[in-house]
Ligand binder design. Sequence first.
Ligand SMILES: *Cc1c(COP(=O)(O)O)cnc(C)c1O
Length: 386
Amino acid sequence: MISTTFSQHLDFIKSLYKDKSFIALHEPSFWGNEREYLVDCIDSTFVSSIGEYVDKFERSISQFTGATYSIAIVNGTSALHLALEIAGVKSDDEVITQALTFVGTCNAISYCGASPVFIDISPKTLGMSADSLEKYLAENTIIQDGECINKNTGSRIAAVMPMHTFGHPVEIDRILAISESYGIVVIEDAAEALGSFYKGKHVGTYGKVGILSFNGNKIITTGGGGMIITNDSEIAEKAKHLSTTAKIDHQFLFNHDAIGYNYRLPNINAALGCAQMENLDVYLDQHRQMSEIYKDYFKDTNIDYIDQPIDSESNHWLNAILLNNEKDRDAFLKEANKSNIMLRPPWTLMHNLEMYKHCSHDSLENAINLSKRILNIPSSCRETEV
Ligand SMILES: *Cc1c(COP(=O)(O)O)cnc(C)c1O
């Protein structure tokens, strides 16, 4: 019985992507000037860390998101690492994030010598729950010399880092207000959320600093790439400086005034990014359409479609559905794989990973319940060209 229903769902997904023998979860689309810009970049010989495409790509991200400053970085994880370091996260600090996220979020915290603390998600946004954050801070911390200290560990809580899951905005205004009342900075992992707005403002621009990712599976891609976005000139300056080996500007001398990183996005990747940005509105349109199609379809089934939360306009990067229980979820997964349709369960919760098992967390009730029942479904653009 159940398996017939699942195969009907799979037939429906197949009908959306007619010409494909294998339906991926999310494929990139190259419809515009990608080839032209790449060739131009190669012809110019400026394929590496300096070039016009990097500046142009940064300007287009600033223009689209409304962030005053955008600094192009080699990938999203490195962007997170640098953002955390510049925001003042140090060795032995703690950073509050959510249990349901991509491991890169937590790894970036670890690169700073800090530890993640895992907070539950909201069933409405699948991102950090503002209520859980408020409760955790109230029950577990004290303010000492103006710093927020975790009573259980004695460590300073240096930052709160919510992640906008699958492109759906978290309740960022509440998270910001709660964090600020404890004197904690907010860094937004908006890796998945280019094109997502909360109360009319682009996500990633609420906190002190935010990051985007342009990995191959994201809504636009530069092959690999990321961006730090901020309205703070000092943070922007530091990000540019530290991402370029902290080299002091000089015509010919190589002098460096800090331990910097080689984190700058190469011009050849930025060339791809410039072309992708020219079609971002088309991609967003297609993702919105896909969301409507799925929402409409699953309405008449016993599977819930997870829609964008209130007060927000999601980029609908990766569509997600909610099954009744883990058994159904896994049965559906199995059947899909047999049919060459890629469905995917969400990431293993971070507190279950070997390297993060020792980290503090709250009850994680929603994260544990929902992560067993969520499935991501194919979300690539359906058109093959524009
Ligand atoms: C993609 C992603 C990143 C960073 O990805 P990179 O592959 O390093 O660009 C970070 N956090 C989340 C939640 C992501 O989905």
